[in-house]
Design a protein around this ligand. Structure first.
Ligand SMILES: *Cc1c(COP(=O)(O)O)cnc(C)c1O
Length: 391
């Protein structure tokens, strides 16, 4: 890897662009080769090479892991076949039946379902709390959790909590702190530098950025913990294919450019929606009304390209509005180059009971947007014409 990334102090855009470049010794190809082989020839009796079997490690996967670890400022990373399998892997590696997980009450719907269903099976315990409420957080921490999950900004309301402050109190009771950094990407937020132990991403989103593969990652600050989790990754088999690893590395090259331009586009969408009479509330960390705006200014390098808003008036306008959109695609992902819109109550958060959705503040009028890289004038014109169709 020394040749592909010049040295440790280079900046993130450089790390992302140059990850894995010039790693081919055979032909000197600039772009790394894809290594699909599942097994590797021994040098000779009792002399294995760096790689021996593909479930444990693969050269194409390792290049991505090193690049993402560097982007997050970690010592090591484990790439998994999707974001949920990364979080699942960590629960398998860390938790026994008496261990408690403290997770945000408004965490990603899939994470909520995973923690809930595995707890119901008795594999560990979970307590969901509003981490922006210091009393609720202290009550949960008094139960001495083994793992605390932080997700900020939250999905879909983009509420921001203080990573450094929560990590400090969680560490005081001996917990391991995991941050789901999917919504920000390492370009806009680096949780390990704020004291966190492990960062996870759904690489399916911004890190790949092209909505054409699923992958997840865990990034570690501590090599021993990384090695323990890697043992479990090999044990249960959670890892990404060489082809997907290659595609992900290619997507990563433009991460910095994509994230910054998507963010600039999103800021203009926020300005447009905030002033629109048919929009009731807009949620984006850039807005002083947003929960955690002041914290976002301090802990993030930008406000990101995800936002949500509520349509004003009668809920019956929702289908009409969504059908009128011509550029936005109704789909439940985010972070790709294309603009997507999602109705959390029937899509991303439909696995959560109506009551839990209400507690988390997710109304039937709420829409989440992932702003893409299309021309900003076209993005706004599409929202404008669709809003004009509703009463
Ligand atoms: C999508 C997502 C996940 C799950 O990732 P998959 O790749 O879909 O398994 C986890 N956390 C957040 C915040 C996400 O957006």
């Amino acid at each position: 890897m020394t040749k592909s990334i010049p040295h440790n102090s280079v900046r993130q855009a450089t790390v992302a662009v140059r990850g894995g470049l010039n790693s081919d010794e055979q032909y000197g190809s600039v772009v790394p080769v894809i290594t699909p082989s599942t097994c590797y020839r021994y040098h000779e009796f009792a002399k294995p090479r760096e790689f021996d079997y593909g479930r444990k490690a693969n050269p194409s996967r390792s290049l991505v892991e090193e690049t993402i670890a560097k982007l997050e400022g970690g010592v090591d990373a484990i790439l998994t076949n999707c974001g949920m399998s990364a979080i699942h892997l960590l629960t398998v590696a860390l938790l026994t039946p008496n261990d408690l997980v403290v997770a945000p009450h408004d965490c990603y719907g899939g994470s909520y379902r995973l923690f809930n269903s595995l707890s119901q099976r008795g594999l560990f315990k979970t307590k969901f709390v509003d981490q922006s409420d210091p009393v609720a957080l202290q009550e949960a921490l008094a139960l001495k959790p083994k793992l605390v999950l932080i997700e900020t900004p939250s999905n879909p309301l983009l509420r921001v909590v203080d990573i450094e402050a929560i990590t400090e109190v969680a560490h005081a009771v001996g917990a391991i702190v995991l941050v789901d950094n999917t919504f920000m990407s390492p370009i806009l937020q680096q949780p390990l530098a704020l004291g966190v132990d492990i960062v996870t991403h759904s690489c399916t989103k911004f890190l790949n950025g092209h909505s054409d593969l699923l992958a997840g990652v865990l990034v570690f600050k501590d090599q021993k913990l990384a090695d323990d989790v890697l043992w479990w990754a090999n044990n249960i088999g959670t890892l990404t294919s060489a082809f997907d690893s290659y595609l992900l590395l290619r997507g990563l090259r433009t991460l910095s450019a994509r994230v910054l331009l998507q963010q600039a586009n999103a800021q203009k969408v926020v300005e447009f929606l905030v002033n629109h009479p048919k929009v009731a509330n807009v949620y984006h960390p850039s807005l002083p009304s947003n929960i955690g705006h002041a914290i976002a200014k301090k802990q993030q390098k930008g406000f990101g390209s995800l936002l949500s808003f509520e349509l004003a008036g009668d809920p019956v306008v929702m289908p009409k509005f969504l059908q009128s959109l011509k550029l936005f695609t109704l789909a439940q992902s985010l972070g790709g180059v294309e603009s997507l819109i999602c109705h959390p109550a029937t899509m991303t958060h439909s696995g959560i009971s109506a009551e839990a959705r209400k507690t988390a503040g997710i109304s039937d009028q709420l829409l989440r947007i992932s702003v893409g890289l299309e021309d900003i004038n076209d993005i706004i014109a599409d929202l404008d014409q669709a809003l004009a169709t509703i009463a």
